[in-house]
Design a protein around this ligand. Structure first.
Ligand code: MSP
Length: 518
């Protein structure tokens, strides 16, 4: 059985998750569900990034004394877990960087690197951005604020430990060039390659405890804790059994997909592969950096008061509509602007009009013409125009799988959804063109049976195909088709088959899936 190991970033627990965090999770969950359905043994890991100065400051602000950061993070983590539940994010493991097994792994990796002389003590004289948890050199900032977030930097001059990034620079450049899927999209790969044209500075990987003690202690220098990024990146192997489950680790490492936002690409595409190389481990296969969601073109921030809370959207319009909108509206990789108007347009157009109506019209006809029972799979009249129309619909629906596979494998969620919508639109058009009401009027039962059957089969295929994106709606359509088993047990291969529904089975028409927003 083929395996797939997919990871999300670990979310900082200093603030509540917003739509941007939800985006990464939804993308990971969709890929995970898709490959599971395609027969892969998948493993999706997510979690929380709990150490470092940013979280420490948040703890103090929330009224926790220094030394009680763990109580603070313990109080925040459930909010993340609850939101992931509300968004239907189905992960295999939730890792916290305060898990003892993770901390042990961080120390083990540090020891390996130290024994290879890849870690040395030096003097740090530069800048630090707490909101980004990033070190910057004088040359990079030239008296300006943080190049990433534009906020004020803190000057740091102190003894610290360093990791020899520079030693591995040539190896990394050649690895990126040789492995065309290593950094995606290609324009992000080019950004990293151009960054690597300049010599890499060694990475400062510690903070003295007297200044900041909320972190994993350096095993060879108890007065220091590990720099939060160095600690957090190691989650991808610590949560995969690097120390305690060799069999699992061998099976799943290297990770297939690290899905991240564009702001944290340098950490993932430069520090992380070099850390792994130093530790004698293989680099991940693909790192995909997606774009950012803004609101009216502006970055979401508490001070601007423009944060879109996924919970509000879910309450108003439902989880599936949010999942659909985020993955359909913007090509994965590019930036997007969130607005309620755009959301409602997609909702009323794609979900209520196209998909919702197709389900509703089809099941209404099953009720009206066949007392709610699935009709026999009969061929219509040979060589008729109906036969041509029906073949067109069947071909389009049963060929969907290949398109989905290639688009989702290249992270083109929007393209995958538009391929599904082509089938939905074709089915709606098929109703108009085949005119089942005329067959009913003319008592042409054979053709009527054939039309309704074809529509139901198309709905069956659509319901499997939308499952990775919209698991709740997919299950609802499945149920309306009268299928008792859960949709998560369905396989993608069933979308290539026709006439799988059992004739005579009762369908269960329900209320509209997506009532129009007025
Ligand atoms: N803790 C680090 C990641 C460590 S991974 C070993 C971190 N955390 S974060 O909470 O700040 O961000 C988590 C993810 O959310 C990142 O991939 C980031 O790009 C994403 N997003 C945060 N805001 C976003 C938007 N406005 N839009 C889209 N994604 C954004 O970075």
């Amino acid at each position: 059985m083929k395996k797939l190991y997919i990871t999300s970033p670990l979310y900082y627990v200093n603030a509540s998750p917003h739509i941007g965090h939800a985006y990464t999770q939804i993308a990971c969950d969709t890929i995970n569900r898709f490959f599971k359905m395609a027969g892969f043994q998948t493993y999706f890991m997510t979690g929380t990034d709990e150490h470092g100065e940013k979280v420490e400051k948040a703890a103090v602000k929330a009224g926790y004394e220094k030394g009680r950061e763990k109580d603070f993070v313990d109080s925040v983590v459930p909010h993340f877990k609850e939101l992931w539940k509300d968004l239907n994010i189905k992960f295999d493991f939730f890792i916290r960087t305060t898990d003892p097994s993770h901390e042990k792994t961080v120390q083990k990796i540090l020891e390996i690197m130290k024994s290879k002389d890849d870690i040395y003590k030096g003097h740090y004289n530069g800048w630090f951005c707490t909101p980004c948890e990033t070190f910057w050199t004088e040359l990079q900032v030239k008296g300006k604020p943080c190049p990433d977030c534009g906020r004020r930097l803190e000057k740091i001059e102190e003894a610290n430990y360093f990791f020899r990034l520079s030693k591995y620079q040539d190896w990394l450049i050649s690895h990126i060039k040789k492995n065309e899927d290593f950094i995606k999209p290609d324009y992000r790969k080019n950004e990293i390659l151009s960054f690597l044209k300049n010599p890499l500075e060694d990475l400062c990987i510690s903070r003295p405890k007297e200044r900041m003690a909320w972190g994993v202690e350096l095993p060879f220098a108890p007065n220091f804790v590990t720099y939060v990024w160095f600690d957090a990146l190691i989650n991808y192997i610590s949560g995969m059994g690097f120390l305690d489950d060799e069999k699992k680790f061998k099976k799943f490492w290297p990770a297939d997909f690290h899905i991240i936002g564009k702001d944290i690409l340098r950490h993932h595409a430069i520090y992380w592969p070099i850390m792994l190389r130093s530790a004698g481990l293989a680099p991940p296969k693909t790192i995909f950096a997606h774009g950012w969601w803004t609101v009216k073109g502006e970055k979401m921030s508490k001070s601007k008061g423009n944060i879109v809370d996924p919970r509000t959207v879910i309450k108003l319009y439902g989880t599936d509509a949010l999942r659909y909108f985020l993955l359909r509206e913007v090509t994965f990789g590019l930036d997007g602007t969130f607005s309620e108007e755009a959301f409602i347009l997609r909702f009323n157009g794609d979900l209520a009009n196209d998909l919702g109506n197709l389900v509703n019209r089809t099941l209404t006809m099953v009720d009206k013409y066949f007392s709610g029972k699935i009709p026999e799979a009969r061929a219509g009249i040979k060589n008729s125009s109906l036969e041509g129309l029906s073949r067109g619909l069947k071909d389009k629906a049963t060929h969907l799988r290949k398109t989905l596979e290639s688009r989702i494998s290249s992270f083109d969620f929007s393209g995958a959804l538009s391929a599904i919508w082509e089938v939905i639109n074709k089915a709606n058009k098929y109703i108009e063109e085949s005119k089942p009401w005329e067959c009913s009027r003319n008592k042409n039962t054979k053709n009527l049976e054939s039309i309704i059957r074809n529509l139901l089969e198309t709905l069956r295929i659509i319901s499997i195909s939308i499952y990775p994106f919209m698991p709740v709606s997919s299950q609802k359509i499945w149920q309306q088709l009268g299928i008792k088993d859960g949709i998560e047990g369905a396989s993608l291969t069933e979308t290539e088959k026709w006439n799988l529904l059992k004739a005579g089975h009762k369908t269960c028409k329900d209320k509209p899936l997506f009532p129009r927003i007025v």
